[in-house]
Design a protein around this ligand. Structure first.
Ligand code: ATP
Length: 255
C-alpha cells in the first residue's frame, strides 16, 4: 500500500471557546473563540504582541488556559498536557525546529512516521512523499547537523507531518525565508493537509504570505478577535486595515 493511500480520518474540529490567559496582569489572550477544521489552513495574524503565539500555545497545551475551553470534537482537552494532546493528534512545531542532529533528514522523518505507528514500508513511502513535497529530496541523506537553520526548520515540519497529525499548529514555519520560499513551503503544507484531512493553524506575520495560502484568517489585536473570514474579505475589513495595514494604507492613500 502506498502511503498516499493511507485512510483519511473522519472530519474533525479543534475549537477554543472564550479562551484566555494572562501573565502578571497582561491579558495575552482575552476571550478568543476560534475553530480549525479538518483539511483547512486557518491563518492566525495580528500585530506584534497581539496574542498569536499564546493562542497557539493554549491549543497545543504548552500553556493552560486561565479561562475558556478547548475541545477536539467531543473530547475536552482543556486540562490535558501537551503530550496527551499529541496523542489526540494535536501537534505543534517550534520556530527553532527539533530534529535528531546525528540522523539524516530521511531518517529523521522516517523515525517520526514509525513513531506514529506505521510499518517500515509505509513509513518509507510516506517519508519519500513528504521529502518530495517539501523540497527536501536533495538533502535527504545529509546529516541534520550539517544543514542550515531554515532546512532544519522544514525538517521539523516534515517530522510533524510524518506523525500524521489531525491538527498541526505551526508557529511561523517560514521564518527567515523570502516571500516566494515562504509561499512555496506553506502551499506544500496546505496541499499535504488537504489530501490527508489534517487541519492546520498557521501563525504568520506576513499578510502577503497568508493571503494566497490560507483558507480563512483569524485576526487578533491586544489578545482579542478583530475579525475572521476569507482572506480577501478580511483584507478589506476597515478594522484590519486600521490595525494591521494602518501605516501602509495611509502611505498608499497619500500617493
Ligand atoms: N511567558 C510570558 N510572560 C509574560 N508575558 C508574556 C508571556 N508570553 C507572552 N507574553 C505577553 O503576552 C502578549 C502576547 O504575546 P504573544 O507572544 O502571544 O504575541 P504574538 O502576537 O505572538 O507576538 P509576536 O508577533 O511578537 O510574536 C505580549 O504582550 C507578550 O509580551
Amino acid at each position: 500500500m502506498s502511503a498516499t493511500q493511507l485512510a483519511t480520518p473522519p472530519p474533525s474540529v479543534l475549537r477554543m471557546a472564550e479562551g484566555g490567559i494572562h501573565f502578571d496582569g497582561v491579558r495575552a489572550v482575552d476571550g478568543v473563540t476560534l475553530e480549525v477544521r479538518s483539511g483547512e489552513v486557518l491563518g492566525l495574524i495580528g500585530p506584534n504582541g497581539s496574542g498569536k503565539t499564546s493562542t497557539l500555545n493554549l491549543l497545543s497545551g504548552m500553556l493552560r488556559a486561565t479561562s475558556g475551553s478547548i475541545h477536539l470534537d467531543d473530547h475536552d482537552l482543556t486540562r490535558l498536557s501537551m503530550r496527551r494532546r499529541t496523542r489526540f493528534g494535536v501537534v505543534r512545531t517550534f520556530q527553532s525546529g527539533r530534529v535528531f542532529g546525528r540522523l539524516t533528514i530521511a531518517e529523521n522523518v522516517e523515525a517520526a512516521a514509525l513513531g506514529g505507528g506505521l510499518r517500515r514500508r509505509e513509513a518509507r513511502q510516506l517519508t519519500a512523499d513528504i521529502l518530495a513535497e517539501l523540497g527536501l529530496e536533495d538533502v535527504a541523506h545529509q546529516q541534520a547537523d550539517a544543514l542550515t537553520a531554515g532546512r532544519i526548520r522544514i525538517t521539523a515540519i516534515a517530522r510533524a507531518l510524518a506523525s500524521r497529525p489531525r491538527f498541526l499548529l505551526l508557529d511561523e514555519p517560514a521564518a527567515g525565508q523570502n516571500e516566494s520560499e515562504a509561499i512555496a513551503l506553506i502551499t506544500a503544507i496546505r496541499e499535504f493537509a488537504q489530501r490527508r484531512g489534517c487541519g492546520v493553524l498557521l501563525v504568520e506575520h506576513d499578510m502577503s504570505v497568508v493571503m494566497g495560502t490560507c483558507d480563512r484568517l483569524h485576526v487578533l489585536d491586544s489578545g482579542r478577535t478583530v475579525t475572521e473570514g476569507e482572506p480577501a474579505l478580511v483584507r478589506r475589513d476597515p478594522k484590519v486595515i486600521e490595525i494591521y495595514f494602518g501605516k501602509r494604507h495611509d502611505h498608499d492613500a497619500e500617493r
